[in-house]
Write a protein that binds this ligand. Structure first.
Ligand code: PEP
Ligand code: MG
Length: 325
């Protein structure tokens, strides 16, 4: 079966009625890039940079990070590489970076919040990414932004990192694209405002679902309440995607939900044009995409938006899946 799937790796990624959907890869190390490209990825939609910081006993310095980001950019030969800045805290801890013990780490000092407190740590990473941008289509993505002020602070530090490099005479792409993950419900609700000041969005459904439903994604005893198909999730997705479209910026999905085969008609109906997922899912999703019908999914979305429960929503999506397979 895998061999048959491999045959579609390089056919154009579009529905039977010719709606293109770019399929990109989520990676945690540069070792994964070769296989992702083999599976037809158009690039890297999410590079989880925290893996560079984990399993060691001190912070990686600028040159060490630059080496890794540059190698990734070179391997991708001009294809997009979206590097998400350090997303630690919550469930991901670094032994060498003392952090306060928190009662609610998922709601605590994590991701962009740490970067905005530790300017040198953040600017070191930004300079490394900027230097790598000289070698490919590198983009920066901020995790867990919840307000316009945070976005502006992060961009101010980015401007300083650019100045540092200019002073040193080191080359970088001065027009590097900057985006953010929509994974806090508050950010989704002000997506129209945020969209005016970034080049792209990527929806991090893993955290977005956790926060909108108040269900800890790590807590097995309430895992049955962690429901990607909850109508509240669907509404926030629609709000975010519509806001991006009105502002004329691209919006992708990079959480696990992007690679859920049952959700593909939902993404098509919502008008998503890019999905980023772990590389093993690229071919199965593409296989389904090739036989999907975009116009049909748009009609189906009208039904989905009227549903009051996730069971009803899944029912509507499955009726569409059975028609297309
Ligand atoms: C997400 O939250 O959906 C996401 C992509 O990031 P992570 O799973 O690394 O938190
Ligand atoms: Mg997340």
């Amino acid at each position: 079966h895998q061999e048959r799937l491999q045959e579609i790796a390089h056919v154009p990624s579009m529905t039977e009625d010719r709606k293109s959907v770019r399929l990109a890869a989520n990676i945690g190390s540069i070792k994964e890039i070769d296989q992702a490209l083999k599976n037809g990825a158009i690039g890297v939609g999410l590079f989880r940079s925290e893996f560079l910081y984990m399993d060691r006993d001190s912070l990686p310095d600028e040159n060490e990070q630059y080496d890794v980001y540059r190698q990734a950019a070179v391997k991708l030969e001009g294809k997009p590489l979206i590097i998400r800045t350090l997303d630690i805290g919550g469930d991901k801890k670094l032994d060498y970076l003392p952090m306060q013990v928190e009662d609610n780490p998922a709601l605590g000092c994590r991701a962009i919040r740490i970067s905005l407190e530790r300017h040198e740590l953040f600017k070191t990473q930004l300079r490394a990414i900027l230097r790598a941008s000289h070698f490919g289509q590198v983009k920066i993505m901020y995790p867990m932004i919840s307000s316009l002020n945070e976005l502006r602070q992060a961009n101010e530090l980015l401007a300083q990192a650019k100045q540092d490099l200019s002073r040193r005479g080191q080359p970088f792409n001065p027009n590097i694209e900057v985006g953010l993950t929509i994974e806090v419900p508050g950010a989704a609700l002000i997506a129209d405002v945020l969209a005016k000041e970034v080049n792209f969005f990527s929806i991090g459904t893993n955290d977005l679902i956790q926060f909108v439903l108040a269900v800890d994604r790590m807590n097995d005893s309430i895992a049955h309440l962690y429901d990607p198909y909850h109508p509240a999730v669907i509404r926030l997705l629609k709000l975010t995607i519509d806001a991006a479209k009105s502002a004329g910026i691209p919006v992708a999905v990079c959480g696990e939900f992007a690679g859920d085969i049952r959700a593909l008609p939902l993404w098509l109906g919502l008008g998503i044009e890019e999905l980023s997922m772990s590389m093993q899912l690229l071919l199965p999703i593409k296989h389904r995409l090739l036989t999907s019908n975009h116009a049909e999914c748009e009609r189906m979305l009208e039904e989905v938006l009227k549903c009051g429960t996730s069971e009803e929503i899944i029912g509507v999506l499955e009726s569409s899946n059975s028609k297309s397979s």
